[in-house]
Design a protein around this ligand. Structure first.
Ligand code: SAH
Length: 262
């Protein structure tokens, strides 16, 4: 599926991803159409490949971003108002994007969470946090997301997840926070973890879903130029709090690492 969907413009790239079945949901397609990848990828933005963004980080390939959003979609979209009072329904989705890097996926998620939703991007490299903000400021819509607080970029070790300071919880969602707790409806991890970090699973709401690449335990590090292989896992927490995990597909992400020494 990789490498097949390159385009000559943002709209062309997204229509290629659609034609190849990598994007299947109209809402996902529309969100990707609203975000110009050229604001986030410094070279060849409409090519279906990862690109370096400095600091040993990459913006992931468009087909990987598409796969992540398609998988997390049910937990990113706000529920319609008539079922918002039902147990577990979310009026104001809260999404965590760990290893936000360029900020591209953070922006796409912001398009989907709706006006009451929140997306927090966490980076452990301060320059990349600043890059995410600077990239998002390139569009009027991105600037509005930053100003309204729908999107926040934070510096921290994403392996511990992220807990927003109380004063930063948006007034609009107070009722829902009281009803369903803090935590996250969806967690996207954009770098490979050595394990399914307990803090991340704990911070998932019930129900909630995490998309996380994890290093394989069993291939002896032979694949991918000496480093071990990786698979994406979907970790689901149901409304009762039961956790299940499912291995999805092989990937190659940069690792979640220790942050820069200060
Ligand atoms: N989603 C980003 C992916 C960037 S690459 C994008 O598509 O643009 C992975 C990112 O994870 C890098 O920016 C890297 O700095 C960040 N990262 C690595 N280890 C981390 C950690 N422990 N905590 C937070 N971010 C981390």
């Amino acid at each position: 599926m990789a490498w097949m969907s390159s385009g000559t413009s943002n709209a062309d790239l997204i229509s290629q991803l659609w034609r190849h079945g990598l994007i299947t949901e109209e809402k996902v397609r529309d969100a990707f159409l609203k975000v110009d990848r050229a604001h986030y990828a410094p070279t060849a933005p409409y090519q279906d490949s990862p690109q370096s963004i400095g600091h040993a980080a990459t913006i992931s390939a468009p087909h990987m971003h598409a796969a992540a959003i398609e998988k997390l979609l049910p937990f990113i979209l706000p529920s319609s108002s008539q079922d918002a009072t039902a147990t577990g329904a979310r009026e104001a989705p809260r999404v965590l994007d760990i290893g936000s890097g360029s900020g591209y996926l953070t922006h796409v998620i912001a398009e989907l969470v709706g006006p009451k939703g929140t997306v927090v991007g966490v980076e452990h490299i301060p320059q990349l946090q600043e890059l995410g903000i600077a990239n998002m400021r390139k569009s009027a819509e991105g600037r509005a997301f930053l100003e309204s607080g729908r999107v926040k970029f934070r510096v921290g070790d994403g392996r511990k997840g992220w807990v927003e300071p109380d004063e930063d919880l948006r007034e609009l969602e107070q009722g829902e926070v009281e009803r369903r707790g803090k935590g996250w409806d969806a967690i996207h991890v954009g770098a490979s973890a050595v394990t399914l970090h307990k803090e991340l699973v704990d911070q998932l709401r019930a129900p909630g879903r995490m998309f996380i690449p994890v290093d394989d335990e069993d291939d002896g590090g032979a694949m991918f130029g000496g480093r071990g292989g990786q698979h994406v896992w979907a970790v689901d927490k149901d409304a009762e709090g039961n956790v299940t995990k499912k291995k999805l597909f092989a990937v190659r992400y940069v690792p979640l690492t220790d942050g820069p020494k200060s």
